[in-house]
Design a protein around this ligand. Sequence first.
Ligand code: S3P
Length: 205
Amino acid sequence: MEDDSIEPGGASIPAPVSNPAGDRVIVLIGLMGAGKSTIGKRLAARLGINFLDTDAEIEDAAGMTIPEIFEKHGEPAFRRGEAKVIERLLWDMHHAKPPGGVLATGGGAYMRPETRDNIAKYGVSVWLRADVEMLLKRVARRNNRPLLKQGDARETMMRLRDERYPIYALADIVVDSVEAPHEEVVDMVLQKLQEYFFPDGERVQ
Ligand code: S3P
């Protein structure tokens, strides 16, 4: 089993910090390969709060993988299901005891206005922004993205970037998901959350 307490570089994970977002769910958005699940898991671990991944929850609820859902029911049905699952997860996490948590969303989720409204109601949106070359490198490791199965992956990714980045830019917080140890990206997210919720510099750690 993978040992999550040690980074590939050998550094151990820093001590936990308190959660600046409180009962607002920290919702990670961004293109496929931006690191929403990887960073999300580590962020939640640092804050000692719950982590959920919408794709995994959709697969659980449907009893099928995402590619199977696309194949059997089509993308529009997937999108409708995705919006419902996200609304339920946001509500559940916001009303949980203790409330709050980190939610990693699928790359298309934030494009839906009702989902953006629900995120604004219960959470704080964090866009993990990354460049296409890095995204391509990361998604090449797995073959689980139906949108990348047809045609040229680079062209698809560039089209999605052009369509989605203006909408992702509506997020409350933007963090560049750079090629650095995961814990450094987590630190950047934490710093931006702290600035967003405590603009006057009040410390919560
Ligand atoms: C999608 C991204 C995927 C998954 C589905 C569609 C998209 O999630 O929801 O394949 O439209 O960008 P990840 O962003 O977690 O890969």
